[in-house]
Design a protein around this ligand. Sequence first.
Ligand SMILES: [Zn+2]
Ligand SMILES: [Zn+2]
Length: 419
Amino acid sequence: MPHNTTVPQESVPGHADAAGNEVPHVPDALRTLYSDALALQLSTLRRDFHRHPELSWHEQRTSELLGTTLAGFGITDVKHVARTGLVARVPGRDRSAPVVALRGDIDALPIHEDTGLPFASINPGVMHACGHDVHATWAIAATRLLLESPAHGDVLVVFQPAEELGEGAREVIESGALDSVRAIFGGHVDRRFQVGQVVAQEGALAASTDTFHITITGAGSHGARPHESHDPIVGAAALIGALQTIVSRRLDPAQPGVVTVGTINAGTAANIIPDSVQLSGTIRATTSDARALLTGEVRRISEAIATGYGLTATVALRGGTPPIVNPAVPVSWAREAVTHVLGANALVPLGTTNMGGEDFAEYMQTIPGCFMRIGAREAGGRVIAAHSPSYYAAEDALFIGAAVLAESARVASEALGAS
Ligand SMILES: [Zn+2]
Ligand SMILES: [Zn+2]
């Protein structure tokens, strides 16, 4: 892959403070929230996370740096959860009022960075290609903003590991640390939207992520004597075509859904018919009905096609994260918060349904919440897909995301306290 020749302009030039330090640019609407010292601390922290990315369940350095920073803020109530995760409790004005939560995920991906950023990863083959360096930092920043201007009740700030595996949120929930939480907010940087735009809307925001593994078993033979075999390769070929009819012929065309075969493995030589073929793939949906239909049809068609070809199919379905479907009331709190922080014009529609997954959905199985998309494309920048070696989020998104999350916690806390 060719190396980028241009250095990305991910941050607007800042200014020098009295000591000659380069203070990062903070969007005009947020100047009163971030002192020069705080803006510099947050920018430095985000660049440090970006430079030192760690894979899911291996976020030790990240976790230690988060813990040290929280201690520096004077936060004493920090629980260690989910191996490398942290939950910090920020006191509210009324300690007995309902508790709300914010979540930032902290893990990186097995990708070799090719951004050309001055703070690019120094860990070969590991990269913050999904913007979780920004998410970790905006959770820290939101903590600080809530210390300076507390919510009505306490706010739990969750620093969550292993989002990329779809496993971290489940372990945080199992720790019991969020048992008392009445509303939860989170977000994702997104370069499809420019800095200053926020998506906070009702309905489907991310898809479910179920996985299938299929073994087609027949009987092998010499490649020249196919009549002595039950050829699993021919059966698998028919199955792959048939699986594509689930979305086109079984699912309501007005419903989004995906069935993708991602791997196929079989055989050892050109003149041998093997005994078996292994396939695996992913199933995406945005409603529980569509999810049940797609997974059920993958099993039914696999078994039926195998039978038709004189083969057997063993289908293993692994349930992944559910879809994110934002409910109305927490969305209204988030939208009010965005309006306070950036003005109503900042709110933009999602447009096309995102068929990616996000394990924030696990929290929303039991806690009402709102998951947002936070614009992260700088002026003049291009759309870059997450999980790409050239992905990065504009620095302004850090200050905006933190302010929106902190204010969402305040608005929700006020509403819950009053009801
Ligand atoms: Zn990701
Ligand atoms: Zn992500």
